[in-house]
Design a protein around this ligand. Structure first.
Ligand code: NDP
Length: 337
């Protein structure tokens, strides 16, 4: 059976493709250009009999998506802009996220072979910033951000617009399932900050192309021993390899049907990351990492997450924070040569 993956040219999507190929699935990857498809083909050269591509310049174009979903049995939908380097929040964040999700669902709804769609939502669709730091509270899949489409347009903060783009898209997916009663079911995953090595650095031309979450780690890890450790803004994380496994399990576990999952390893602090990097990198690499206040976490007390449901239903276990960040930073130094 063939699984369509949107956003497969991205950081998380490439890991999802990798695990599906390893598990013997055929994968059709959506790419925005032939050039990106060719790069991906090179990365997954070993699996060329299992991997095909669909070039979709515009993820909101219904007719192209109808073609794309043909013959597929399931979809992993990851394509969504995750960047704060935007001017027009509506055009660059909200509309591609929302219309992209709705168009995928509509296209899938006329292809009866599709049984399940896994949607990569986010902790951004869980967290309610107006509640502050919420010490002592464990956020789960039962929590929903109250942000609306209008909130995402009228804000001047791209982080708020991004969070709105995620909750609005997710809400639209749940409404779609409720109103249209499609033949497929959906599974929604809500990961917090996703860190870890790239499937391959072959597609990377420069570190300017690094995805957003990983770029925050790289910038901190190379900022110099005397720079200050930045405050921990999104203080919950998951390793990208664990998240890829969650996507795979979401496809194959029947009980995941129409369920939402918090997929989080738990809290971290930037100080903890810096401590791990200084301990586990080579001396030449470690000396670029800010020292801060070793082994002492100065972040204010804040919420945690509870991923019991993902552990029980999806069979998740989670790597500790040192693994994704040490592996990432070493990979990027090796890339730079
Ligand atoms: P990347 O930026 O690495 O990947 C984003 C993917 O989406 C790319 O394949 C990109 O295509 C595609 N994409 C972006 N904008 C559009 C658009 N307008 N039309 C079509 N495709 C588009 O990000 P991640 O891999 O980190 O993110 C993947 C998903 O995971 C997103 O839905 C994101 O919201 C979600 N997520 C990420 C978290 C993180 O910390 N990284 C945390 C929680 C959720 P192209 O390669 O052509 O640019």
């Amino acid at each position: 059976s063939t699984v369509l993956v949107t956003g497969g040219t991205g950081f998380i999507g490439a890991h999802c493709i990798q695990i599906l190929l390893e598990q013997g699935f055929n994968v059709k990857a959506a790419a925005r250009s032939q050039e990106k498809a060719d790069q991906m083909a090179q990365v997954f050269d070993k699996y060329k009999n299992q991997l095909s591509f669909g070039i979709i310049e515009d993820i909101t174009d219904y007719n192209s998506l109808v073609n794309l979903v043909k013959g597929c049995t399931a979809i992993l939908h990851l394509a969504s802009p995750y960047t704060y380097a935007v001017n027009d929040f509506k055009k660059e964040l909200l509309d591609p996220a929302l219309k992209g999700t709705l168009t995928i669902l509509e296209a899938a709804n006329q292809e009866k072979s599709i049984k399940r769609i896994v949607i990569t939502s986010s902790f951004a669709a869980v967290f309610d910033a107006t509640k502050g730091l919420q010490p002592g509270v464990a956020l789960t899949e039962r929590d929903f951000s109250p942000l609306t489409y209008e909130d995402g347009i009228k804000t001047s903060d791209p982080a708020v617009a991004y969070r709105a783009s995620k909750i609005v898209s997710e809400r639209a997916a749940w409404d779609f399932v409720k109103d249209k009663r499609p033949a497929f079911d959906i599974v929604v995953l809500c990961p917090p900050m996703v860190y870890g090595p790239l499937v391959s650095t072959k597609t990377l031309k420069s570190l300017d192309q690094l995805n957003f979450s990983n770029s925050t780690i790289w910038n901190m890890a190379t900022s110099g021993s005397n720079s200050s450790v930045p405050p921990t803004k999104g203080p919950v994380f998951v390793d990208v390899r664990d998240l890829a496994y969650a996507h795979y399990q979401s496809l194959v576990v029947p009980e995941a049907s129409n369920q939402r999952f918090m997929v989080s390893a738990g809290v971290f602090s930037n100080q903890e990351i810096c401590d791990a990097l200084r301990e586990q990198l080579s001396p030449a690499r470690a000396k670029k990492v800010p020292v801060g206040t070793p082994n002492k976490i100065l972040d204010p007390e804040h919420f945690t997450t509870d991923s019991t449901k993902a552990i029980e239903v999806l069979g998740m276990s989670f790597r500790p924070v040192n693994e994704p960040v040490v592996d990432l930073v070493n990979q990027l130094y090796d890339f730079l040569g």
